[in-house]
Design a protein. Structure first.
Length: 277
Protein backbone atom coordinates (compact mmCIF):
# COMPACT_ATOMS: atom_id res chain seq x y z
CA UNK A 1 0.00 0.00 0.00
CA UNK A 2 1.30 3.46 -0.88
CA UNK A 3 1.98 5.96 1.88
CA UNK A 4 -0.56 8.39 0.44
CA UNK A 5 -3.22 5.71 0.87
CA UNK A 6 -2.25 5.07 4.51
CA UNK A 7 -1.87 8.67 5.60
CA UNK A 8 0.67 10.27 7.92
CA UNK A 9 -1.16 9.78 11.20
CA UNK A 10 -2.26 6.23 10.43
CA UNK A 11 1.32 5.24 9.53
CA UNK A 12 2.66 6.72 12.76
CA UNK A 13 -0.01 4.95 14.80
CA UNK A 14 0.22 1.54 13.10
CA UNK A 15 3.85 1.27 11.93
CA UNK A 16 6.19 3.76 13.60
CA UNK A 17 5.03 2.71 17.06
CA UNK A 18 6.40 -0.82 16.45
CA UNK A 19 9.94 0.51 16.41
CA UNK A 20 9.78 2.84 19.41
CA UNK A 21 11.38 2.15 22.77
CA UNK A 22 8.48 3.72 24.63
CA UNK A 23 4.93 2.48 25.20
CA UNK A 24 3.10 5.78 24.87
CA UNK A 25 3.54 8.04 21.84
CA UNK A 26 2.57 11.68 22.21
CA UNK A 27 3.20 14.88 20.24
CA UNK A 28 6.02 15.78 22.64
CA UNK A 29 8.30 13.32 24.42
CA UNK A 30 9.08 14.22 28.04
CA UNK A 31 11.37 12.47 30.51
CA UNK A 32 13.46 13.56 33.50
CA UNK A 33 12.09 17.11 33.29
CA UNK A 34 13.09 17.57 29.63
CA UNK A 35 10.74 17.78 26.61
CA UNK A 36 11.70 17.10 22.99
CA UNK A 37 9.94 17.72 19.69
CA UNK A 38 10.79 17.63 15.98
CA UNK A 39 8.56 19.08 13.27
CA UNK A 40 8.93 20.27 9.70
CA UNK A 41 7.51 20.61 6.21
CA UNK A 42 8.57 20.77 2.53
CA UNK A 43 9.19 24.11 0.81
CA UNK A 44 6.48 23.24 -1.71
CA UNK A 45 4.22 24.44 1.06
CA UNK A 46 5.23 28.01 0.21
CA UNK A 47 2.57 30.14 -1.53
CA UNK A 48 2.70 33.61 -3.04
CA UNK A 49 1.58 35.09 0.28
CA UNK A 50 4.42 33.49 2.27
CA UNK A 51 8.01 34.77 2.12
CA UNK A 52 11.20 32.82 2.84
CA UNK A 53 11.43 34.69 6.14
CA UNK A 54 7.93 33.43 6.93
CA UNK A 55 9.02 29.85 6.17
CA UNK A 56 11.81 30.13 8.72
CA UNK A 57 9.46 31.60 11.33
CA UNK A 58 6.85 28.89 10.70
CA UNK A 59 9.51 26.17 10.91
CA UNK A 60 10.24 27.37 14.42
CA UNK A 61 6.65 28.03 15.51
CA UNK A 62 5.54 24.52 14.46
CA UNK A 63 7.89 23.08 17.08
CA UNK A 64 7.34 25.87 19.63
CA UNK A 65 3.58 25.32 19.48
CA UNK A 66 3.92 21.66 20.43
CA UNK A 67 6.38 22.35 23.22
CA UNK A 68 4.46 25.19 24.88
CA UNK A 69 1.06 23.54 24.42
CA UNK A 70 2.41 20.43 26.14
CA UNK A 71 3.51 22.55 29.11
CA UNK A 72 7.18 23.10 28.33
CA UNK A 73 9.47 26.15 28.33
CA UNK A 74 11.47 26.20 25.04
CA UNK A 75 15.24 26.19 25.65
CA UNK A 76 17.27 25.07 22.62
CA UNK A 77 16.63 24.60 18.90
CA UNK A 78 18.45 22.97 15.99
CA UNK A 79 17.48 22.85 12.32
CA UNK A 80 17.99 20.67 9.28
CA UNK A 81 17.41 22.45 5.99
CA UNK A 82 17.36 20.91 2.53
CA UNK A 83 17.75 23.45 -0.28
CA UNK A 84 18.79 23.53 -3.94
CA UNK A 85 22.47 24.44 -4.33
CA UNK A 86 21.46 26.91 -7.05
CA UNK A 87 19.63 28.99 -4.45
CA UNK A 88 21.05 32.43 -3.70
CA UNK A 89 22.76 32.58 -0.32
CA UNK A 90 20.67 35.64 0.59
CA UNK A 91 17.49 33.54 0.20
CA UNK A 92 18.77 30.91 2.60
CA UNK A 93 19.72 33.68 5.02
CA UNK A 94 16.14 34.98 4.90
CA UNK A 95 14.96 31.56 6.09
CA UNK A 96 17.55 31.51 8.87
CA UNK A 97 16.60 35.04 9.94
CA UNK A 98 12.94 34.09 10.34
CA UNK A 99 13.91 30.94 12.25
CA UNK A 100 16.36 32.78 14.51
CA UNK A 101 14.02 35.67 15.34
CA UNK A 102 11.21 33.30 16.27
CA UNK A 103 13.54 31.38 18.59
CA UNK A 104 14.69 34.62 20.22
CA UNK A 105 11.07 35.76 20.66
CA UNK A 106 10.53 32.77 22.95
CA UNK A 107 13.72 33.41 24.91
CA UNK A 108 15.40 30.25 23.61
CA UNK A 109 18.74 29.65 21.85
CA UNK A 110 19.51 28.51 18.30
CA UNK A 111 22.42 26.09 18.74
CA UNK A 112 23.08 24.59 15.30
CA UNK A 113 22.01 22.05 12.73
CA UNK A 114 22.94 21.00 9.22
CA UNK A 115 22.40 21.86 5.56
CA UNK A 116 21.64 19.48 2.69
CA UNK A 117 21.55 19.85 -1.09
CA UNK A 118 18.04 19.04 -2.29
CA UNK A 119 15.97 19.86 -5.35
CA UNK A 120 12.89 19.43 -3.16
CA UNK A 121 13.58 21.68 -0.18
CA UNK A 122 12.48 21.19 3.40
CA UNK A 123 12.97 22.49 6.91
CA UNK A 124 12.93 20.39 10.09
CA UNK A 125 13.31 21.95 13.53
CA UNK A 126 14.17 20.13 16.75
CA UNK A 127 13.23 21.81 20.02
CA UNK A 128 14.22 20.94 23.59
CA UNK A 129 12.39 22.41 26.55
CA UNK A 130 11.97 22.31 30.29
CA UNK A 131 8.83 20.32 31.17
CA UNK A 132 6.84 22.32 33.74
CA UNK A 133 3.51 20.50 33.37
CA UNK A 134 3.90 17.11 34.99
CA UNK A 135 0.26 16.14 35.32
CA UNK A 136 -0.50 12.53 36.24
CA UNK A 137 -4.20 13.15 36.74
CA UNK A 138 -6.62 10.44 35.69
CA UNK A 139 -9.34 11.80 33.38
CA UNK A 140 -12.78 11.88 34.96
CA UNK A 141 -16.34 12.29 33.76
CA UNK A 142 -17.08 16.01 33.81
CA UNK A 143 -13.59 17.19 32.87
CA UNK A 144 -13.75 20.10 30.44
CA UNK A 145 -11.92 20.85 27.21
CA UNK A 146 -10.77 24.46 26.82
CA UNK A 147 -9.68 25.99 23.51
CA UNK A 148 -7.33 28.95 24.00
CA UNK A 149 -8.90 31.03 21.17
CA UNK A 150 -11.58 30.63 18.50
CA UNK A 151 -10.16 29.14 15.29
CA UNK A 152 -10.92 29.07 11.58
CA UNK A 153 -8.87 31.89 10.07
CA UNK A 154 -5.90 29.92 8.75
CA UNK A 155 -8.10 26.96 7.90
CA UNK A 156 -10.18 29.21 5.64
CA UNK A 157 -6.98 30.44 3.96
CA UNK A 158 -5.60 26.97 3.23
CA UNK A 159 -8.92 25.63 1.97
CA UNK A 160 -9.14 28.64 -0.33
CA UNK A 161 -5.53 28.30 -1.47
CA UNK A 162 -5.84 24.62 -2.37
CA UNK A 163 -9.30 24.69 -3.90
CA UNK A 164 -10.48 25.86 -7.29
CA UNK A 165 -12.07 28.93 -5.81
CA UNK A 166 -10.47 31.93 -4.09
CA UNK A 167 -12.88 32.80 -1.29
CA UNK A 168 -11.05 36.05 -0.60
CA UNK A 169 -12.18 37.47 -3.93
CA UNK A 170 -15.65 37.83 -2.44
CA UNK A 171 -16.40 41.36 -1.26
CA UNK A 172 -17.74 40.14 2.07
CA UNK A 173 -14.54 38.23 2.85
CA UNK A 174 -11.99 40.78 1.61
CA UNK A 175 -12.47 42.61 4.90
CA UNK A 176 -10.72 39.88 6.90
CA UNK A 177 -7.98 38.98 4.42
CA UNK A 178 -5.27 41.00 6.20
CA UNK A 179 -6.20 39.45 9.53
CA UNK A 180 -6.01 35.99 7.98
CA UNK A 181 -2.68 36.65 6.23
CA UNK A 182 -1.11 37.92 9.45
CA UNK A 183 -1.93 34.60 11.12
CA UNK A 184 -0.70 32.60 8.13
CA UNK A 185 2.59 34.46 7.67
CA UNK A 186 3.56 35.15 11.24
CA UNK A 187 1.71 32.89 13.68
CA UNK A 188 2.40 33.44 17.38
CA UNK A 189 1.85 31.04 20.27
CA UNK A 190 0.79 32.89 23.42
CA UNK A 191 3.77 32.87 25.81
CA UNK A 192 1.47 33.42 28.77
CA UNK A 193 0.40 29.77 28.46
CA UNK A 194 3.59 28.91 30.34
CA UNK A 195 2.41 30.92 33.36
CA UNK A 196 -1.03 29.32 33.09
CA UNK A 197 0.45 25.82 33.23
CA UNK A 198 2.59 26.79 36.21
CA UNK A 199 -0.37 28.18 38.14
CA UNK A 200 -3.01 25.55 37.32
CA UNK A 201 -0.83 22.44 36.92
CA UNK A 202 -2.64 20.57 39.71
CA UNK A 203 -5.93 20.80 37.77
CA UNK A 204 -4.76 20.19 34.20
CA UNK A 205 -5.28 16.65 32.92
CA UNK A 206 -3.77 16.95 29.46
CA UNK A 207 -2.78 19.57 26.89
CA UNK A 208 -1.77 19.61 23.23
CA UNK A 209 -1.82 21.97 20.26
CA UNK A 210 -4.21 21.86 17.30
CA UNK A 211 -1.81 22.65 14.45
CA UNK A 212 -2.88 19.46 12.62
CA UNK A 213 -6.55 20.36 12.88
CA UNK A 214 -9.18 20.24 15.60
CA UNK A 215 -10.61 16.83 14.67
CA UNK A 216 -7.18 15.18 14.78
CA UNK A 217 -6.43 16.74 18.16
CA UNK A 218 -9.79 15.64 19.58
CA UNK A 219 -9.23 12.12 18.24
CA UNK A 220 -5.79 12.06 19.88
CA UNK A 221 -7.30 13.10 23.21
CA UNK A 222 -9.96 10.40 22.81
CA UNK A 223 -7.40 7.65 22.17
CA UNK A 224 -4.62 8.78 24.52
CA UNK A 225 -6.90 9.36 27.51
CA UNK A 226 -9.33 6.58 26.57
CA UNK A 227 -12.34 8.85 27.01
CA UNK A 228 -15.44 9.90 25.14
CA UNK A 229 -15.91 13.57 24.28
CA UNK A 230 -19.18 15.52 24.19
CA UNK A 231 -18.91 18.52 21.86
CA UNK A 232 -21.10 21.51 22.61
CA UNK A 233 -19.13 23.96 20.46
CA UNK A 234 -16.63 23.44 17.64
CA UNK A 235 -14.57 26.47 18.56
CA UNK A 236 -14.91 28.21 15.19
CA UNK A 237 -14.82 32.02 15.36
CA UNK A 238 -18.23 33.65 15.01
CA UNK A 239 -16.68 35.97 12.45
CA UNK A 240 -15.56 33.04 10.30
CA UNK A 241 -18.94 31.30 10.67
CA UNK A 242 -20.69 34.45 9.44
CA UNK A 243 -18.50 34.48 6.33
CA UNK A 244 -19.11 30.79 5.64
CA UNK A 245 -22.80 31.62 5.31
CA UNK A 246 -21.93 34.09 2.53
CA UNK A 247 -19.82 31.68 0.45
CA UNK A 248 -21.97 30.27 -2.32
CA UNK A 249 -20.21 26.93 -2.90
CA UNK A 250 -19.63 23.61 -1.17
CA UNK A 251 -17.54 24.97 1.73
CA UNK A 252 -19.27 24.37 5.05
CA UNK A 253 -18.42 24.25 8.73
CA UNK A 254 -17.62 20.54 8.80
CA UNK A 255 -15.24 20.80 5.85
CA UNK A 256 -13.44 23.63 7.64
CA UNK A 257 -13.12 21.47 10.77
CA UNK A 258 -12.07 18.36 8.87
CA UNK A 259 -9.43 19.84 6.57
CA UNK A 260 -8.28 22.92 8.50
CA UNK A 261 -5.03 23.29 10.34
CA UNK A 262 -2.13 25.44 11.50
CA UNK A 263 -4.24 27.36 13.97
CA UNK A 264 -1.46 27.04 16.60
CA UNK A 265 -3.80 27.20 19.56
CA UNK A 266 -3.80 24.89 22.58
CA UNK A 267 -6.53 22.49 23.60
CA UNK A 268 -6.47 21.80 27.34
CA UNK A 269 -8.34 19.21 29.41
CA UNK A 270 -9.07 20.63 32.88
CA UNK A 271 -10.93 19.88 36.06
CA UNK A 272 -14.28 21.76 36.14
CA UNK A 273 -13.26 23.55 39.36
CA UNK A 274 -11.00 25.97 37.41
CA UNK A 275 -13.30 26.55 34.44
CA UNK A 276 -14.12 30.19 35.18
CA UNK A 277 -10.53 31.12 36.02
Amino acid sequence: MKLKEIGEHEFIDKVLKKYLDIKKLDDVFSADGISMKVDGFPFSYKSGDITLYDLGWKGCISTVSDLISAGSVPLYFMSSIGIDEETEDSELEDILLGLSECIKYYGAKYVGGDLNNSKIGWIDVVGIGNAILKSNLTPQKGDIIILTNPIGYTSLYFLSNYSNYNYFMLDDIKAIKNKVLQRVRHPVVNKSLISLFNFFSNNIVYSTDISDGLLISLYNIHTRLNVGIELKDLGISDEIKSYLDKIDNDLDLMKLIKYGGEEFEAIIVIRPSIKEE
